[in-house]
Write a protein that binds this ligand. Structure first.
Ligand SMILES: Cc1cc2nc3c(=O)[nH]c(=O)nc-3n(C[C@H](O)[C@H](O)[C@H](O)COP(=O)(O)OP(=O)(O)OC[C@H]3O[C@@H](n4cnc5c(N)ncnc54)[C@H](O)[C@@H]3O)c2cc1C
Length: 397
């Protein structure tokens, strides 16, 4: 961990969080990831109250809402520690997609939207989801949307088909991206609208099975339909036609959250690799750690994590200072660079563990499956590489 971005107020919080993760959260992993919902109950009943008691609830919230009022760069450093267990962010109510929806509503929501949706979210009373991607259209070019929201008196009538709506199962509301202004230029056609999921016309089609995981509750990705789903116009976030600009606001900090999470995963995988290599005897006189190939994996992984962390925290610092749109290139770079190094490290950690590595007896196989989509969502690798390269080339013309 670099101390380049460490602030005085962050130091004690980091230590407290590390203790909770090690003493209370990591032990829950032994129950198995397929029992996530039961574990979530334990977290609600036993761990969240403890976190609140210690004054650590709302790591991402502003002070006005009882949070710590941290910068994105400070929160990123906490996020890395939370990510060393798959339950970390959930225990602290800082999990995607709720954290992104919270930030969106906090910045752009009306007073009523904040009261009805943002506050219960920040207290951990409800969950939410974000519904943008559609099976019929390439998500990589999000201006092509089939979902429409047609104004009818004081209401919008929404019709559309969405999928990969993470955590929709059991959520209280969705933020839905729908075309409200088809006459506008492509990037000003869509709007974000809050749809409470008890609204008539909302259909939960299924949880999509992903990499062998059926998915349930928060840890799931759903297919949804909206059929003449009528919501009040006051559920519009911001202005009509502002959906893409709001999505950019949501995605900038969101990519810091994701990439710091992947650094936390990489760090834990490296630690597991080191501990296992030291303990696994391969002869009377040697352990795996005596083999040069393993030593090189450890060294390369250390260098990769250190460089990725510096890149991400520097990007977070710049977002804090200049806003996300000023550092688009840096955001693109971390979005494809960090998943690459995480996958390399997970692969080496699994290989070091041999048969144990591919079993579900350690957390490595869960992450191997669960984090493969990191190269697809929030912009596929290829899209970010093209965007970055075009920007670099343009600066030379
Ligand atoms: C686990 C998971 C969770 C998700 N959660 C959510 C969510 O909560 N809400 C939500 O709305 N969406 C969510 N998504 C959807 C995600 O954002 C989309 O999958 C993503 O934007 C890619 O869109 P697509 O799947 O339609 O792929 P496509 O756009 O069809 O692209 C397919 C592939 O083509 C390649 N490609 C695309 N464009 C280019 C290009 N310009 N140049 C070169 N190659 C290209 C890439 O390799 C890409 O992977 C999630 C997806 C996953 C897998």
């Amino acid at each position: 961990m670099t101390d380049l971005f460490l602030t005085e107020r962050l130091k004690p919080i980091l230590e407290q969080i590390k203790t909770i993760i090690h003493e209370d959260i990591i032990p829950l992993e032994k129950n198995g990831m397929e029992y996530f919902n039961q574990i979530a109950e334990i977290i609600h009943k036993n761990i969240r109250p403890k976190i609140k008691e210690k004054g650590l609830w709302g790591l991402h919230l502003p002070q006005s809402l009882g949070g710590l009022g941290l910068t994105l760069c400070e929160f990123g450093q906490l996020s890395e520690i939370l990510a060393t267990s798959p339950f970390g962010h959930y225990a602290f109510n800082a999990q995607a997609p709720d954290i992104g929806n919270f930030e969106l509503l906090h910045q752009f929501g009306s007073t009523e939207q904040k009261q009805n949706f943002m506050l219960p979210l920040s207290k951990g009373e409800i969950r939410s989801c974000f519904a943008m991607t559609e099976p019929e259209f390439a998500g990589s070019n999000p201006v092509n949307l089939g979902t429409t929201a047609v104004a009818e008196g004081d209401f919008y009538v929404i019709n559309g088909h969405k999928w990969y709506c993470s955590s929709a199962d059991g959520a209280n509301f969705a933020i839905v991206m729908a075309i409200t202004n088809p006459e506008n230029p492509p990037h000003q056609r869509a709007s974000m609208i809050i749809v409470p999921l008890e609204t008539e016309g909302f259909e939960f089609v299924r949880n999509i099975s992903v990499m062998g995981e059926k998915g349930e509750g928060w840890m799931s990705h759903a297919e949804l339909r909206f059929v003449n789903c009528k919501v009040p116009k006051k559920n519009l976030i911001g202005e009509e036609g502002s959906g893409f600009s709001l999505a950019q606001h949501r995605l900038g900090p969101g990519r810091i959250h994701h990439t710091m999470r992947w650094i936390g995963i990489s760090e834990r995988a490296l630690e597991m690799m080191i501990k296992y290599a030291l303990s696994r005897k391969i002869s009377d006189t040697e352990t795996l750690s005596d083999k040069q190939v393993i030593q090189h994996w450890i060294a390369e992984s250390r260098a990769n994590i250190n460089s990725a962390r510096l890149m991400v925290l520097d990007t977070a610092r710049q977002i804090d200072q200049k806003g996300a749109s000023a550092v688009r290139n840096e955001i693109s770079a971390i979005k494809f660079f960090v998943p690459k190094i995480m996958h390399e490290i997970l692969d080496k950690a699994i290989q070091t563990h041999g048969g144990l590595g591919v079993s579900d007896d350690t957390i490595l196989s869960h992450w191997w499956r669960h984090e493969r989509p990191s190269r697809i969502y929030d912009g596929a690798d290829e899209v970010h590489k093209t965007a970055l390269a075009k920007s670099i080339l343009k600066s030379y013309k």
